[in-house]
Design a protein. Structure first.
Length: 590
C-alpha cells in the first residue's frame, strides 16, 4: 500500500515539476495517441465487413474500398505515431536533463559533512545508473501508458459494440491478472534498490582502485584488488539476473491467462455462430479486438515492472535534490553592517565543535581574537584540531556552541559570497582540476587581468616552471595535478591565493617536507602573500612560527598556550617538545 502511495506521489511530482511545462507538446502527442489507438480499433472493427461482405456476400464495391481504407488508416496511424514518439521523447529526455541539472546543483551545495559521509562513487552512480533507469522508465511509461490504455479502451469499445455479454466475460479475466502483476512489481522494486546500491559500490571501488593504482602496484596487490572488484561485479550479476527471472514470470503468466480467455470466448462465440445467433464477421471482429486488446494489457503489465524500477531510482534521485543543508546562508545578510576597521577583526568566543554524526568534542571552549594585520601561527600535535578550527571560519562547518564574529557581526549573518571571498584558503592537501595551469590558478577568481596573473605567478615562483612547459599556461596538469611535482602544486595553490587577493589568509601548511631550495622559494612566496594581510597559519615549519606575531598552541581541541617564540620556548612544554622534534629532524637531514 505504502509503495503505491509513494509511486503515485513520485509520479505526480515528476509530472507537475518536469512534464506539465511542456503542455503544448503534451497535448499534440496525446492527440496523436488518440489517433493511433482509434486506428488500431478501426482495424479490428473492419474484420466484420471484410468477412461478412467480402468473403461471404462477395460484395465487389467493398473489395476496392476496404483495402484503400486500410492503407489510409495505416498512413495516418504511422504519421501520428511518429509525431507522438518524437514529442514524448523530447519531454522524456528533457526531464532527465532537468533532473541531472538539479541534482548536481543540489549535490554541490550540500554540506561538507554530507560529502564526507557519502561515497563519491555512490553519488556518481546516482547520476548515471539511477537517472538512466529513471529515464528508461519515464520514457517507456509516458509513451506507452497513455497509448496502450487508449488502445485498450478503444478495442474494448469495439468488443462491446459487437457483443456486450461476451465482452463482459472476456474482461472478467483482467482483474485476475492484475494481482500477480502487482506482486511482481513490488519484488522488482526491492531487487532494483539493491542493484543500484551495488552499482554505487562498484563505481566507488573502481574509482578508488584506479586512483590508487600506484599504491596497488607498490604493494603488488593487483590480484587482491581484482578479487575485491569481482565480488561487486558478481553481486550485480546476481541481482540483475534475479530481477530478470522475476520479470520474466509476468509475460508467460499473461499468456496463460489470455490463452484461457481466448479459448473460452471461441467456445462461446463459436456456439453462437453455429446457432446463427451472430455472423462470422461480427465474431471474428470481436475476436480480433480481444486479441489486440491483450497486447496493450501485456505491455502495461511489464510497464509496471519498469515503473517500479524507475520509481526506486526516482526516490534516490529526489533524495539528493531535496537534501537539506545544515549550513544555511542568512536570508538577510548583514554584509554592510561590518565594521572592518574594528581592531579585533575576528573574534571566536566560547566556541566548541563536534563533527555531525559524532559525539566527540573536537574543539573545546575556544576563545581567540585575531587583530587586523596580525600573523598568527597555530601549532600542535597531529589531530589537535588545527585544521578543524580553520574550517570553521569560512563556515565549512558551524560551531556546536559559541560563535565566530568578523568586525562584530556573527559569520552566520554574512552572505556566503562575502564570507568565502573574505578568506583565501590554501589547504593541507592541494586539489587541482584536470585542466590548464591558467584555469587552476584563476579558479574561483572573479576579477583579474593578465597582468595580475603574471604577477601572481612570479610572486609565487611559478613562472620558471610554467615557462618550461611547451604550452606554458595552457599546459594541462593531469588528474589532481599528477604531472606536477609536490612543490609545484603548492606554488600553484599560492598563486591562486595571490589572484584571489582576499584580506584574510588561511594557510594549512603541507606536512610533507620539501628540499631546502624549494622550501625557501615557498617561504619567500608565502611571506609576500602574507604581507599586508591578516593570516592564520597552521605551521609545521619553524621558520613560519618564528616570524609570527602570536603563536597559539593547541592540544586535544583546546588552546593551551599563547605567546611569542621567545617566551613559549621557555614556558610551553608542548612547544618546547615540538621544537625539539623538529630541531632533531633538521639535524638529521643535514
Ligand atoms: N570529517 C571529520 N569527521 C569526523 N572527525 C573528523 C573529521 N575530520 C577530522 N576529524 C577528527 O578531528 C580531530 C582533529 O583533526 P584535525 O584535522 O583538525 O587535526 P589537525 O590538528 O589538523 O592534525 P594534523 O596536524 O595532522 O593536520 C581528529 O581526531 C580527527 O579524527
Ligand atoms: Mg590538519
Amino acid at each position: 500500500m505504502k509503495n503505491n502511495k509513494n509511486t503515485s506521489k513520485l509520479l505526480k511530482r515528476l509530472f507537475s515539476d518536469y512534464v506539465k511545462k511542456h503542455y503544448s507538446k503534451l497535448i499534440i502527442s496525446m492527440f496523436c495517441m488518440i489517433i493511433v489507438a482509434a486506428a488500431t480499433a478501426l482495424n479490428a472493427w473492419m474484420m466484420q465487413p471484410v468477412l461478412d461482405e467480402i468473403f461471404i456476400n462477395k460484395n465487389r464495391t467493398l473489395i476496392i474500398i476496404i483495402p484503400i481504407a486500410i492503407i489510409i488508416i495505416a498512413i495516418v496511424k504511422g504519421l501520428a505515431s511518429y509525431f507522438q514518439s518524437i514529442f514524448m521523447s523530447f519531454i522524456g529526455y528533457k526531464l532527465v536533463a532537468d533532473i541531472q541539472n538539479q541534482m548536481f546543483k543540489s549535490a554541490v551545495r550540500c554540506d561538507l559533512s554530507y560529502h564526507n559521509q557519502i561515497n563519491s562513487g555512490t553519488l556518481v552512480s546516482r547520476f548515471i545508473a539511477d537517472v538512466g533507469s529513471l529515464s528508461r522508465g519515464v520514457h517507456n511509461v509516458i509513451i506507452n501508458i497513455i497509448k496502450d490504455s487508449l488502445t485498450f479502451i478503444f478495442l474494448v469499445g469495439v468488443m462491446f459494440y459487437h457483443d456486450a455479454k461476451l465482452a463482459f466475460i472476456a474482461l472478467f479475466i483482467f482483474p485476475v491478472a492484475i494481482y500477480p502483476i502487482r506482486r511482481i512489481g513490488k519484488r522488482l522494486r526491492k531487487i532494483s534498490k539493491n542493484t543500484q546500491v551495488g552499482f554505487g559500490l562498484l563505481t566507488s571501488k573502481l574509482s578508488e582502485s584506479f586512483s590508487a593504482i600506484k599504491t596497488i602496484k607498490a604493494f603488488n596487490s593487483e590480484n587482491f584488488e581484482s578479487k575485491r572488484i569481482d565480488k561487486e561485479i558478481f553481486n550485480i550479476f546476481d541481482l540483475t539476473y534475479k530481477s530478470t527471472k522475476v520479470n520474466s514470470i509476468a509475460r508467460p503468466l499473461m499468456e496463460i491467462i489470455s490463452g484461457l480467455a481466448i479459448g473460452g470466448i471461441i467456445f462461446i462465440g463459436g456456439s453462437q455462430v453455429i446457432q446463427d445467433q451472430t455472423t462470422p464477421g461480427t465474431f471474428f471482429s470481436f475476436l480480433t479486438a480481444l486479441l489486440m486488446a491483450y497486447q496493450p494489457i501485456k505491455s502495461l503489465a511489464s510497464l509496471n515492472a519498469t515503473l517500479q524500477i524507475a520509481m526506486a531510482s526516482a526516490e534516490r534521485v529526489f533524495e539528493i535534490i531535496d537534501k537539506k543543508t545544515l549550513i544555511k546562508e542568512s536570508k538577510f545578510p548583514k554584509d554592510n553592517d561590518l565594521n572592518l576597521n574594528l581592531k579585533n577583526n575576528i573574534r571566536i568566543s566560547k566556541m566548541s565543535f563536534k563533527y555531525p554524526n559524532s559525539t566527540k568534542l573536537i574543539l573545546k571552549n575556544i576563545n581567540l581574537e585575531i587583530h587586523n594585520g596580525e600573523r598568527i601561527a597555530l601549532v600542535g600535535y597531529s589531530g589537535a584540531g588545527k585544521t578543524t578550527l580553520m574550517n570553521l571560519l569560512p563556515r565549512f562547518f558551524d560551531p556546536s556552541k559559541g560563535k565566530i564574529e568578523i568586525g562584530g557581526v556573527d559569520i552566520k549573518e554574512l552572505s556566503f559570497n562575502f564570507l568565502r571571498d573574505y578568506f583565501s584558503l590554501v589547504s593541507q592537501e592541494i586539489v587541482l582540476f584536470d585542466e590548464t595551469i591558467k584555469y587552476n590558478i584563476c579558479y574561483g577568481a572573479k576579477m583579474y587581468s593578465d597582468k595580475d596573473l603574471k604577477n601572481a605567478c612570479s610572486k609565487a615562483h611559478c613562472s620558471e616552471f610554467i615557462n618550461k612547459f611547451p604550452k606554458g599556461f595552457n599546459e594541462v596538469v593531469g588528474e589532481n595535478g599528477t604531472r606536477l611535482s609536490g612543490g609545484q602544486k603548492q606554488r600553484i595553490a599560492i598563486a591562486r591565493a595571490f589572484i584571489r587577493n582576499s584580506p584574510f589568509l588561511l594557510l594549512d601548511e603541507a606536512t610533507s617536507s620539501l628540499d631546502s631550495k624549494s622550501e625557501k622559494k615557498i617561504q619567500d612566496s608565502l611571506d609576500k602573500l602574507i604581507s599586508n594581510k591578516t593570516s592564520l597559519i597552521i605551521a609545521h615549519r619553524l621558520s613560519t612560527v618564528m616570524d609570527a606575531d602570536r603563536i597559539i598552541i593547541m592540544n586535544n581541541g583546546e588552546i593551551v598556550d599563547v605567546g611569542k617564540h621567545s617566551s613559549l620556548i621557555k614556558s610551553s612544554k608542548i612547544y618546547k617538545h615540538l621544537h625539539e622534534l623538529q630541531f632533531k629532524k633538521n639535524e638529521k637531514n643535514f
